[in-house]
Design a protein around this ligand. Structure first.
Ligand code: NDP
Length: 322
């Protein structure tokens, strides 16, 4: 980025990832705020990005030179299955409004956020950046997935037609402070933290669904935030970049449960209900491209990240999303 004044606008600034970027901007000596940078974190209260006029008004107000685009209609499995059209349309409209205004207002760079769940359902592993469009996504969330894939199509076309520097990143499963800790409609880690907390409070067993054997790559929201900022400053390509821990750092769901129990200090009955389905065994993504470009990046050890998240949950349990 140029040393002159830049205004970096983050859409979805109140969410899990947006709050982590805010934290890194304020607290990190390497990736944090630099001289001449002004950071603006938007929430839906600043305007509904589904609406073209409200989106334009936001760009008129802040005149961003750079945009990190996180805002999205995000939901769990059942929400997606029940409303694929809403997830498709809302996200398509949000992304179209943000990228169109970024072009109209001469934004120098946009980094948008995709997700590993948009990859083809039937694929080979590890997944890499070249595979985004190689086959239909999983049937449960095809609306969300196709709308996110279209961001990559738009980035390419904006670059070809107008020379815009719009790119995207693909994070694996994110967790950290400010997550949604709902017991049913949340991702695996925040849901289990909440469940374990209730087991501890009520003196009831902490029961995990399935065998605990499936493997997943989890990225700590604050690591992801550092990588988002690095991407904004250093990544030169239009094509997407997977932001993930290495393949060797996949953890089993049992390791997740063990770490939560330890971080929570839960000493009650803890077991697995093996009559419940496990889901896919693994969905490994490759972070080779990231590590070739940013070889010195240090990921926070999983146990440390999880215990910081549990601490944050306990301190904020009365006010968090749950
Ligand atoms: P959250 O659900 O935590 O936050 C969503 C954010 O988007 C909030 O700031 C919300 O504002 C804003 N938003 C939603 N709809 C609108 C709208 N119509 N107009 C304006 N703002 C809106 O999401 P995450 O932080 O988890 O996700 C951020 C990005 O990362 C998303 O693009 C998501 O697809 C992607 N991602 C997330 C993963 C995860 O594991 N969480 C994994 C991979 C990708 P408000 O709070 O005011 O409602």
């Amino acid at each position: 980025m140029s040393p002159s004044k830049s205004v970096i606008m983050v859409t979805g600034g109140s969410g899990l990832v947006g709050k982590a970027i805010d934290w890194v901007v304020e607290n990190d000596s390497k990736y944090g705020k630099r001289e001449g940078e002004e950071w603006v974190f938007l929430t839906s209260k600043d305007g509904n990005l589904i609406d073209p006029a409200q989106t334009k008004a936001i760009f008129e107000k802040y005149r961003p030179t750079h945009v990190i685009h996180l805002a999205a209609k995000v939901g769990g499995l059942f929400g997606n299955m029940a409303a694929n059209l809403d997830y498709f349309r809302d996200n398509l409209l949000i992304n179209d409004n943000v990228l169109h205004n970024a072009k109209e207002f001469g934004v120098k760079k946009v980094v948008s956020c995709l997700s590993t769940c948009i990859f083809p359902d039937k694929t080979s592993y590890p997944i890499d950046e070249t595979m985004v469009h190689q086959g239909p996504p999983h049937d449960s969330n095809y609306g969300y997935s196709h709308s996110k894939r279209m961001v990559d199509v738009m980035n390419r076309a904006y670059n070809q037609q107008y020379g815009c520097n719009f790119t995207s990143v693909i994070p694996t499963n994110v967790f950290g402070p400010h997550d949604n800790f709902h017991l049913v409609n949340s991702h695996v880690i925040p849901g289990l933290i909440h469940k374990c907390y209730l087991a501890q409070q009520n003196n009831t067993p902490f029961i995990m669904a399935g065998t605990g054997r499936p493997l997943r790559q989890f990225i700590y929201s604050r690591d992801l935030a550092r990588l988002f900022i690095w991407t904004l400053r250093e990544y030169q390509e239009i094509t997407p970049l997977i932001l993930s821990v290495p393949e060797e750092e996949e953890v089993s769901i049992k390791q997740v449960g063990d770490s939560i129990v330890k971080a929570m200090g839960y000493t009650g009955d803890y077991r697995f209900d093996t009559t419940k389905a496990d889901g896919q065994y693994k969905k490994t993504a490759s972070n080779k491209k990231l590590m070739s470009l940013n070889p010195d990046f240090q990921f926070t050890p999983f146990d440390v990240a999880l215990s910081e998240t549990v601490e944050w949950f306990k301190e904020n349990v009365d006010t968090i999303r749950k």
